[in-house]
Design a protein around this ligand. Structure first.
Ligand code: ARG
Length: 470
C-alpha cells in the first residue's frame, strides 16, 4: 500500500479496507486524462509563478515519460496504489524527486477527479455521437434504396396501412437524430472546467482557472467550487441519453427479430451476424439483436444506480461519488459495442421485398383507402367506415381481399362502388397518395431524404476537436 496521506495516521490500513476503498482497478481508465489535466495545472502554476520554470519542466517531462512507459507496456498500474491520481503522483516523485511533490499545489483529488471524469465523459459523448452518425448513414442508404419497397405498417402489431422500408427506417432516423442532439445538449452544458475548486472551497494560491480551462478546451471555468467537486449531473445526463439510445436500439432489435422469424421472413440477417444452435441444425438465430435488446437493461441499471448513489449526498465531495465510474464506464462500453454491431448488422441484412409486399397486400391494409374512396364519392366518413367494415366481414367469410370481390359483390354492399375502386386501393396507390408531410409517399420521402442528406454532409463540427485525429 502506498498512500498519499500517511502523516496523521498511526496504523496501517487493513488490507480489506484498502481493497474496498481503492479505485485504481477501474479508474486507471482515466490515466491519460489525469496526465493531460496535471500538465495543464503545472503549466498554469508556472505562469502564475507558484512554481519555477525548472520545476514545471521537470514535472511535464516526468509526466510525459510516465505516459510513454504506460503506452509501451513498461509501467503497470500496480495494485499498491489507491487510485490513478496517487499512482501518477507517486511515480512522478519516484522519477523526478522533490519537484514532483509540487505538482499537487493548489489542487485536491476532489477537483482532480472531477476534471478527469469530465474530460473522459466529454470525449465519450463525442465518440458516441460518431457511432450514431455511422448508424444514421446506413439507415439513410437503406432508405434511399427502398422508397418504393412496400411493407405493412402496424399498430398493435396488427397490420394497419401499407408503408415502405424507407418510411419505416425513416422513423429510426428521427430517433437516432434526436439522440445526437441530446448528446450535443449535454456536451454544451458540461463543458466547463472544475479544476481549481480545490477540495471544496477553492484555494489561496493565485490560480488562473480560465487559463487552465481554455488549455483543456472548455468553454470556461465553473462558478461554484462546492458544486464543481460534487457535480455528477453530466454523468447522469449521459447515462440517460445512453439509456434512450438503448431503448431505440432495443425497439429496432425487436422488429428485426420479428422480421427475421420464420413466420415473417421479411429480412435475412447476414451469416456473419447470426449464430447457430448447438442442437437444432436448421436454426439461424438473431443473437446480436437479442443481446442488444437484453443489454438495454444494464444501461438503464447504470442510470438508476448513479441516480440513487447521488440522491443523499450532502455537499461537497463524498466518497460515494467514486461509484460514478464503474457504472458509467460499463454503460459507455455497452452502448458503443451495441451501436457498432447493430450498424454492421443493418448494413449487411437482406430484405425480401416480395414477401413484404405480399404481406402488405393481405390483412386489409387498404381498408382505410377503400373508405376514403367512398368519402371522395360523397359518403360521410363515418358511414364509409361502416360500409367497409361490412365489406371486410364479407371478405373474411369468403377468405379473400377487397380487391378480389367482383363489382356486383361490391355493389351489393354499397351502390356507390364503381370499377375505379380497384385502382384506388392497389398497394402502389395506397402509398403514393400519402403525400402529407412525413407520410410514406415517394415524393414526400424524397423531400425528407434531401433534408437528411444535407444533415449528414458533415459529422458534427461541435465535437470535431475532441475526436482523435486520424
Ligand atoms: N478515487 C476517488 C474518486 O474516484 C478520487 C477522489 C478522492 N478524494 C478523496 N477525498 N478521497 O472519487
Amino acid at each position: 500500500m502506498a498512500q498519499l496521506w500517511g502523516g496523521r495516521f498511526t496504523k496501517e490500513t487493513e488490507d480489506s479496507v484498502f481493497s474496498f476503498n481503492e479505485s485504481l482497478s477501474f479508474d486507471k481508465r482515466l490515466f491519460y486524462k489525469d496526465i493531460e489535466g496535471s500538465i495543464a495545472h503545472v503549466v498554469m502554476l508556472e505562469k502564475q509563478k507558484i512554481i519555477t520554470l525548472e520545476e514545471k519542466d521537470a514535472i511535464v517531462k516526468g509526466l510525459t515519460s510516465i505516459q510513454e512507459d504506460v503506452d509501451k507496456g513498461n509501467l503497470e498500474f500496480s495494485s499498491e496504489y489507491e487510485d490513478v491520481h496517487s499512482f501518477v503522483e507517486a511515480k512522478l516523485i519516484e522519477r523526478i524527486g522533490d519537484a514532483g511533490k509540487k505538482m499537487h499545489t493548489g489542487r485536491s483529488r476532489n477537483d482532480q477527479v472531477a476534471l478527469d471524469m469530465r474530460l473522459y465523459v466529454r470525449e465519450e459523448v463525442a465518440a458516441t455521437d460518431d457511432l450514431l452518425y455511422d448508424l444514421l448513414k446506413v439507415i439513410y442508404r437503406v432508405m434511399s434504396e427502398n422508397i418504393e419497397t412496400y411493407m405493412p405498417g402496424f399498430t398493435h402489431l396488427q397490420k394497419a396501412q401499407p408503408v415502405t422500408i424507407a418510411h419505416h427506417f425513416g422513423a429510426y432516423f428521427e430517433m437516432f437524430k434526436r439522440d445526437r442532439s441530446r448528446l450535443q445538449d449535454i456536451y454544451k452544458r458540461m463543458n466547463f472546467c472544475p479544476l481549481g475548486a480545490g477540495a471544496l472551497a477553492g484555494t489561496t494560491y493565485p490560480l488562473d482557472r480560465e487559463y487552465v480551462s481554455s488549455m483543456l478546451g472548455f468553454e470556461g471555468a465553473t462558478l461554484n467550487s462546492m458544486d464543481s467537486v460534487s457535480d455528477r449531473d453530466y454523468c447522469i445526463e449521459f447515462l440517460s441519453a445512453l439509456s434512450t439510445i438503448m431503448m431505440h436500439l432495443s425497439r429496432f432489435s425487436e422488429e428485426i427479430i420479428i422480421w427475421n422469424s420464420n413466420e415473417y421472413r421479411f429480412i435475412e440477417i447476414d451469416d456473419a451476424y447470426s449464430t447457430g444452435s448447438s442442437i437444432m441444425p436448421q436454426k439461424k438465430n438473431p443473437d446480436i439483436a437479442e443481446l442488444v435488446r437484453g443489454k438495454t437493461g444494464r444501461v438503464y441499471g447504470a442510470l438508476m444506480s448513479l441516480l440513487t448513489t447521488m440522491k443523499g449526498i450532502p455537499l461537497a465531495y463524498n466518497k460515494d461519488m467514486q461509484e460514478d465510474k464503474e457504472v458509467t464506464f460499463d454503460a459507455i462500453d455497452t452502448v458503443k459495442d451495441c451501436l457498432s454491431l447493430f450498424t454492421g448488422m443493418i448494413d449487411t441484412m437482406k430484405f425480401r421485398p416480395d414477401v413484404m409486399a405480399k404481406s402488405a397486400m393481405m390483412g386489409f391494409t387498404n381498408a382505410t383507402d377503400a373508405a376514403d374512396y367512398l368519402v371522395k364519392k360523397g359518403v360521410p366518413f363515418r358511414d364509409a367506415h361502416g360500409i367497409i367494415g361490412r365489406l371486410v366481414l364479407y371478405c373474411i367469410d369468403k377468405n379473400c381481399s377487397i380487391e378480389d370481390l367482383s363489382l356486383e359483390e361490391l355493389k351489393s354492399i354499397s351502390e356507390v362502388f364503381e370499377a375505379d375502386l380497384y385502382d384506388a386501393i392497389t398497394l402502389k396507390t395506397c402509398v403514393e397518395k400519402r403525400l402529407t408531410k412525413g407520410a410514406p409517399g415517394p415524393k414526400q420521402m424524397e423531400e425528407v431524404l434531401k433534408i437528411h442528406e444535407k444533415y449528414l454532409k458533415d459529422r458534427n463540427v461541435l465535437f470535431q476537436s475532441y475526436l482523435k485525429e486520424e
